[in-house]
Design a protein around this ligand. Structure first.
Ligand code: ATP
Ligand code: MG
Ligand code: MG
Length: 350
């Protein structure tokens, strides 16, 4: 059978490996760190840096297609890999989503609503941007942010200097604060034949910048639900995308506002493991392997809860809960703020 190469050995890579295995594929993980969650379940692992051209070359030659579990794959590594094997999703999706400024320009270029934004490379830029956008606002690093890291809220213009200093000179973008009632996301997939399939949008609750729960169905009107799915389809088609993508949205009084996109399987799509016949991980493997997309329709209401840091202490009691599926990532060390696993609870009508 074919071998799928996965860049990144975290929990997303692990769950992709498991899904690949279930479809009869082999998986080969490329991961710089030791003891990675995905390395425990994959058929093969290359532990090397993304600067190691020889290791990248051997990895590519050992696989049939390359995919990834995170969007910050260095461009230099992609250059090495792309001449040897297809990379799916393709380079354009990575280029657009690696940088919050490129991403916002792309989304607004499609006519989609985003928060008002401006690039910030100097304190002067920040003062000017605050003048145009107003407070409250959020200053975010353009690159490498996740789980709310690399972000500072600016509640009043007087906080500008402290906020600018907090990002230590990293290229940034100022975003106006979107007055949303709640957050939702669409997990969308596009196959090599150009067909698009979206999962039912989930409603996301964050705490301290980290996703806590995703609940399906989300609170959306029928027309909002249709808007969400249509805009996700437009994004994927515009990028000639192959694979699964997460599209994060704010529900605002004037309509849906796109927060960000992630060119990969997404934490807010984990509920599909126990709510759908074909979950997001299998859907991604299917797309990347050139299979037809699977049926992603939802057969249950589900709430996904992330197990973060000390939440792991609750595992013995969670294991006794009815209608609750545990998914643990096998991470050796528990740390505050680290995603250790999640549970999917089937919600039964009363
Ligand atoms: P992720 O882990 O999802 O990749 P991230 O670090 O890339 O997160 P964002 O998604 O940009 O961060 O922001 C994290 C959360 O902060 C959002 O889900 C939302 O709750 C809040 N937030 C971000 N930008 C805005 C905004 N412009 N207006 C209001 N709230 C915002
Ligand atoms: Mg993000
Ligand atoms: Mg986000």
């Amino acid at each position: 059978g074919a071998t799928l190469g996965i860049l990144g050995g975290g929990q997303l890579g692990r769950m992709l490996s498991v899904a690949a295995s279930r479809l009869g594929f082999r998986s080969h993980i490329f991961e710089p760190g030791a003891d990675a969650p995905a390395a425990q379940v994959a058929d093969a692992v290359t532990t090397a840096s993304y600067e190691d051209v020889q290791a990248l070359t051997r990895f590519a030659e050992a696989v049939d297609v390359v995919t990834y579990e995170f969007e910050n794959v260095p461009t230099s590594a992609l250059e090495v890999l792309q001449v040897l094997r297809p990379i799916r999703p393709g380079r354009e999706a990575l280029r657009v989503s690696q940088d919050r400024l490129t991403e916002k320009d792309f989304l607004s270029g499609l006519g989609l609503r985003t928060a008002p934004y401006a690039p910030v490379d100097s304190l002067e830029d920040l003062h000017r941007a605050l003048g145009a956008i107003g407070a409250p606002a959020i200053l975010k690093t353009r690159r490498f942010g996740y789980d709310g890291k690399g972000q500072v809220r600016i509640m009043a213009p007087e906080e500008a200097v402290a906020a600018f200093d907090a990002l230590q000179g990293a290229p940034a973008i100022l975003e106006g604060f979107v007055d949303f009632s709640h957050e939702v996301s669409v997990i969308a997939a596009r196959g090599q034949d150009g067909s698009v399939a979206c999962y039912d949008p989930g409603e996301n609750v964050h705490r301290d910048g980290i996703l806590r729960t995703t609940t399906v169905p989300a609170r959306l009107t029928a027309s909002q639900r249709q808007d969400a799915v249509l805009l996700a389809g437009r994004i994927l088609t515009e990028l000639d995308y192959v694979g699964v993508m997460g599209v994060e949205l704010f529900c605002a009084p004037g309509g849906l506002v796109v927060n960000e996109i992630a060119p990969r399987v997404h934490n807010s799509g984990h509920w599909t493991q126990n709510g759908c016949t074909i979950d997001q991980f299998e859907q991604h493997i299917r797309a990347v392997a050139g299979w037809p997309l699977g049926d992603g329709s939802r057969y249950a209401d589900v709430q996904m809860e992330n197990l973060i840091g000390a939440d792991m202490d609750r595992v013995p009691e969670l294991a006794r809960e009815a209608d609750t599926a545990l998914h643990l990532y096998g991470k050796a060390e528990v740390k505050a703020g680290r995603k250790m696993g999640h549970v999917n609870r089937i919600i039964r009508g009363t």
